[in-house]
Design a binder for this molecule. Structure first.
Ligand SMILES: C=C(O[C@@H]1C=C(C(=O)O)C=C[C@H]1O)C(=O)O
Ligand SMILES: [Mg+2]
Length: 461
């Protein structure tokens, strides 16, 4: 509690700041479970929260309440729109040395030109929020910040009110009884358009063989119904415990929670370095260690999966070579093994040119051929025509950025949209000339497993 924000504070540049104000203050919260803090926001802030864990678990982020939302409906200019709004906010940011940089959390829809449906109402083409209360766990420490965006004259009183709310949530999170999370009772699973999906894959292989594209990712969805409404914090708790090797994300909007456990990084900017990964080509995990090894070896040498993978390496390589110095790409893929699936994996890194920021990378990379196809201009129209569903935020960039230009976006796969007593799960796969519909169908089941398990669903196989 170092400074007392007042409406006409002198900004760090020494000039008088009027109009929009952005204050942040980090308070000492002691030890705190990020998921308990998320849960403590349930009563007052449900529908305005987010949750994030990176893949190596060196960072966990929780956002509760919206100090401000940044959205864009512009199909073309959405990345620039978000950048402009965020820069404007950051230009009036008042913080002291010990205060953590505030974060913006959210994502972009997969394809604003896809037929939008009611299913994704509340998730516009760009949907971001600066949290009112922000928890960051890193380096073994937990920080809680209060963010306030205001144009009013009552910043000091507003801040005081937020401090009280924050302290009571921290207290609640520290003392709450946390029994192992219950899983919902699944009453029905509806495969929606199974035959449409098989037909679409067949059709797309035909179009690829005819030379219209080289690779196109086709997805499908299944609908789960529960006996009663599922609780976001319990679902995330289960997923976090079960998917130790994945990113975990949860993004609320009104009565909906979009969440998932994805192994795929889109891009991270950390201390002047850009990092990404090519993740494409899949096989299930083996029941025994030796079966697992055999399956993995088979994947590493399978021409169809290698071709799925290579399109991604080549496209990401092109973007990195034009945006970075010192690009490093290993000569061949290795295996990435997560709880339910193994993938071909090629990490890529570089030193970004000074004129490129995180959103430049997100815009250029999304969608990579891991979720779109090759070439992108041919693949996206085929997806719009062949896929009988609205991807919404499935397969899209979801993540965070801070006021200092650091941040990370994951590719939102292994994901579902939860609303009340139902959830829709999404999964797809890369279709190439020699893909077989039934095999791709089986591969989607493997990809449903992480969210299906967290939601109490029955796993096939
Ligand atoms: C499309 C998904 O995953 C993508 C497709 C993969 C494949 O077809 O082998 C593998 C990883 C991801 O790039 C998904 O999980 O829904
Ligand atoms: Mg595949």
């Amino acid at each position: 509690m170092k400074h007392n924000p007042t409406p006409h504070t002198t900004g760090s540049a020494g000039r008088q700041v009027s109009g929009l104000h952005f204050y942040t203050e980090t308070i000492d919260a002691g030890r705190l479970s990020p998921l308990a803090f998320f849960e403590a926001g349930e009563n007052e802030f449900a529908g305005r929260r987010f949750y994030w864990e990176n893949r190596d678990k060196t960072l966990k982020l929780v956002g509760i309440g919206h100090a401000m939302t940044l959205t864009s409906d512009a199909a073309d200019g959405r990345f620039a729109d978000v950048r402009a709004q965020w820069q404007r906010l950051c230009s009036v940011l008042v913080k002291e040395e010990g205060d953590l940089p505030p974060v913006l959390f959210g994502g972009f829809s997969f394809d604003p030109e896809n037929h939008p449906s009611d299913e994704w109402k509340g998730f516009p083409p760009a949907y971001f929020a600066v949290p009112q209360f922000q928890l960051a766990e890193k380096g073994g420490r937990t920080f809680v910040s209060i963010n306030l965006v205001t144009e009013g004259e009552t910043a000091a009183e507003d801040f005081e009110r937020l401090r009280l709310i924050c302290e009571s949530m921290i207290h609640e999170a520290q003392v709450m009884e946390r029994t192992p999370a219950q899983k919902p009772e699944v009453s029905a699973l509806d495969e929606l358009a199974r035959s449409d999906y098989l037909e679409a894959v067949g059709e797309v292989t035909g179009r690829i063989r005819a030379g219209e594209a080289e690779k196109v990712v086709i997805a499908r969805s299944v609908q789960l119904a529960f006996d009663e409404a599922a609780t976001p914090s319990s679902i995330l708790e289960n997923l976090s415990a079960e998917q130790q090797e994945s990113y975990l994300f949860g993004l609320e909007s009104g009565s909906k929670l979009f969440f998932g456990a994805t192994p795929e990084r889109l891009v991270e900017i950390r201390d002047g370095q850009a990092l990404t990964a090519c993740v494409a080509g899949s096989i299930r995990r083996g029941k025994t260690a030796s079966e697992d090894r055999e399956l993995g070896e088979g994947l590493l040498h399978d021409p169809k999966n290698r071709s799925e993978h290579q399109y991604v390496v080549s496209m990401i390589g092109d973007v990195f070579r034009s945006f970075c110095e010192e690009v490093r790409i290993p000569a061949g893929p290795r295996l990435l093994k997560v709880r339910d699936i193994q993938h071909l994996f090629t990490p890529v890194e570089g030193i970004p040119n000074p004129d490129k920021d995180l959103l430049d990378f997100v815009e250029a990379l999304h969608p990579t051929p891991a979720l779109g196809g090759t070439p992108r201009e041919a693949a996206l129209p085929i997806i719009r025509e062949s896929e009988r569903m609205d991807r919404g935020f499935y397969g899209a960039p979801v993540g965070w950025m801070d006021s200092e230009g650091n941040g990370e976006f994951a590719v939102a796969i292994r994901s579902a949209l939860l609303e009340g007593s139902g959830a829709r799960l999404y999964a797809g796969g890369g279709i190439v000339a020699d893909s077989v519909p039934e095999e791709e169908y089986e591969e989607t089941w493997v990809k449903f497993r992480p969210v299906l398990r967290a939601l109490g669903g029955k796993l096939n196989g």
